[in-house]
Design a protein around this ligand. Structure first.
Ligand SMILES: NC(=O)C1=CN([C@@H]2O[C@H](COP(=O)(O)OP(=O)(O)OC[C@H]3O[C@@H](n4cnc5c(N)ncnc54)[C@H](O)[C@@H]3O)[C@@H](O)[C@H]2O)[C@@H](O)CC1
Ligand SMILES: Nc1ncnc2c1ncn2[C@@H]1O[C@H](COP(=O)(O)OP(=O)(O)O)[C@@H](O)[C@H]1O
Ligand SMILES: [K+]
Length: 549
């Protein structure tokens, strides 16, 4: 299982390893630099042969120390290497200082902030075959000086890189640990208090990080800054140092949502045991809005059915019955006019989960339905709930209903819905990040889940899922899992259906949200560009076959 580390956790692991006496900081730095060079050659095998020109930009801390190691190794490989330093060598941390001295025996170091540093000097950067950004790593705690608009040299690094990225033969910009300027804990760009910074941040072409990916590599703009992420082993994996600081899922760790294939329990649940009957696999009840607005609920219902719920029923007002009947076959229909009618439906104890929100409407009838779903029966016998879309709007208006949320609910807000439900939390995320570690989408989702007392799935290409007990996972649709075509009308409705279907099948709310979000991205990738929401459930059989379900 891939755990995403905060910068504090990474530091603690390094410190524990060094304190144990089994490795020194200098050895770790050497492994880091070597790992970067190996990653460069793996990415661009053509660079192995022949002599090329590299520019290495080193910063004042250990990230700069890694840069000096890379400079030395490339020079030993026969390259022409130019090194620029931002900072005072006298004040470097000891390991970085050692590597600075080693490099000084081999080549020149130019002061990047020196007054005699000309535009021509800087323009020469871009004629290099490779630019290595070793300015700031996980130690960046305030906006990088390169963001000062008056600083031509570093400003250009940001603006030019955009021009290079996306070109057929982009400049080979490699960021060590993270592109400088980004906060490793949040994936946000650190800016000054006025929000000043370049119009567009700089993006590396390849980012090489150590031991484990950091949370910020997967959140917000992090993936866009990093472009491509490679994690290099520096000999800390599986060590006891890790155990002492990284967290068990129940103790605030943040994980990447993984394939059910790698999760024995999820696979067991996805595989249907032989025998049994349709009720064995659960009954999901999806509430629909009025006539002309039922598409969203039908998409959710189709998702719940395909994901394997034994039965799926759509509940709708009588006037929408004909429309729904014309569009649904395997999905059953039942008239549910209001909250009282839903109470009656829920008396059938076999309904394991109710999904409400997609296309529901936000009027008095719908508020009554949310109230019934949340409180019609004693908490112990209440159905599990997936609350999406309009149900979230209702919850944001009615504090009494919000207060009735319980541990068997899942909320699935997108950014707008999240801001309506948790305005103060959204506000914290919206203010410019001025110091690290900056408040992150992981922090926000955890806080929201704790307040709501239920699982919150905060959508996006970086979907974050948090439980009130602190468990947290990021379902990333970035890097090799990018699926931008998933941002299409109705795809969220299908996701709500997937989660409801999985809960009907016995998944816990948190596991249903993680597995549902994972399958959602897989379905999008299975189909590819051109996807519309209707296609998503139809991809599930292929995804299941591939998984061996
Ligand atoms: N400690 C270790 O054992 C290892 C550390 N490694 C490297 O070390 C990095 C972390 O090193 P550090 O903790 O020294 O931190 P960094 O090198 O990332 O940056 C912190 C340095 O920059 C300065 N700084 C921070 N914000 C600034 C700003 N806005 N303007 C000007 N100066 C600023 C700080 O005063 C400090 O000197 C990692 O990212 C990684 O690249 C790797 O070598 C692996 C091993
Ligand atoms: N760039 C993206 N890459 C991958 N998935 C995305 C991206 N943007 C949005 N999504 C996903 O698409 C879905 C959109 O849901 P939502 O915003 O509720 O839209 P709708 O209400 O139209 O269904 C969510 O699951 C979200 O995580
Ligand atoms: K860097």
């Amino acid at each position: 299982m891939t755990e995403l580390l905060t910068s504090a956790q990474m530091r603690a692991i390094e410190a524990a390893a060094i304190a144990s006496g089994q490795v020194t900081g200098l050895e770790l730095m050497e492994r880091a630099g070597r790992g970067v060079v190996e990653a460069i050659f793996a990415e661009w095998p053509e660079l192995r042969a022949g002599s090329f020109r590299a520019v290495v930009l080193c910063g004042p801390g250990n990230n700069g120390g890694d840069g000096f190691v890379v400079a030395r190794l490339l020079k030993e490989w026969g390259w022409e290497v130019e090194v620029f330093l931002y900072g005072d060598p006298e004040r470097m941390p000891p390991d970085a200082r050692v590597n600075y001295e080693r490099w000084v025996g081999m080549g020149e170091v130019r002061d990047i902030s020196a007054k005699d540093f000309s535009r021509d000097d800087f323009d020469r950067f871009w004629q290099a075959d490779l630019v290595v950004d070793a300015l700031f790593g996980i130690g960046l705690a305030r906006p990088a000086p390169l963001l000062e608009p008056h600083n031509y040299v570093l400003h250009r690094l940001f603006n030019d890189s955009l021009w290079w990225v996306g070109k057929q033969d982009p400049a080979k910009i490699v960021a060590i640990d993270q592109p400088s300027g980004m906060c490793a804990d949040s994936g946000r760009e650190l800016r000054d208090a006025n929000g000043e910074g370049p119009d567009e941040p700089y993006a590396a072409y390849l980012t090489v990080t150590f031991h484990r990916p950091k949370v910020g590599h997967f959140l917000e703009d992090g993936p866009r800054f990093c472009t491509k992420l490679k994690v290099v082993d520096i000999g800390l994996a599986g060590s006891k140092f890790e155990d002492c600081v990284t967290s068990h899922p129940l103790r605030n760790g943040t994980y990447l949502t993984r394939s059910p294939e790698a999760d024995f329990e999820a696979m067991q649940r996805l595989r249907r045991a032989e025998g049994g009957h349709k009720y064995t696999h659960g009954h999901a009840f999806i509430l629909s809005g009025p006539s002309g607005r039922g598409g969203a609920a039908r998409l959710a219902a189709r998702g719940a059915l395909r994901v394997g719920a034994g039965l799926v029923t759509v509940g709708c007002p009588a006037e929408a019955l004909v429309e729904n009947a014309a569009r649904l076959d395997a999905v059953m229909l039942r008239v549910v006019e209001d909250g009282a009618a839903l109470d009656a439906v829920l008396e059938d104890g076999r309904i394991g989960v109710v999904c409400l929100g997609p296309g529901l409407g936000t009027g008095a009838r719908e508020a009554g339905l949310v109230a019934a779903a949340l409180g019609a029966r004693g908490a112990e016998r209440a159905a599990s709930l997936v609350l999406d879309a309009d149900a979230l709007t209702i919850l944001s208006r009615e504090a009494g209903l919000f207060g009735a949320l319980h541990g068997r609910c899942v909320l699935t807000p997108h950014g707008g819905e999240f801001a309506r439900l948790f305005p103060d939390i959204a506000e914290k995320l919206a203010v410019p990040a001025t110091k690290g570690p900056a408040y992150s989408k992981v922090d926000a989702t955890r806080e929201a889940a704790a307040r709501a007392g239920c699982v919150v799935l905060f959508k996006g290409a970086d979907t974050v899922i948090a439980a009130p007990d602190g468990r947290c996972a990021v379902n990333s649709a970035h890097y090799e899992r990018a699926a931008p075509w998933l941002a299409t009308a109705g795809s969220g409705d299908v996701l709500a259906g997937f989660i409801a279907g999985l809960m009907a099948r016995g998944f816990s709310p948190f596991d249903a949200a993680c597995t549902g979000a994972w399958l959602h991205v897989e379905c999008a990738r299975e189909f590819g560009p051109g996807l519309i929401a209707e296609d998503l459930p139809e991809m599930l059989p292929a995804v299941f076959r591939r998984l061996g379900v």
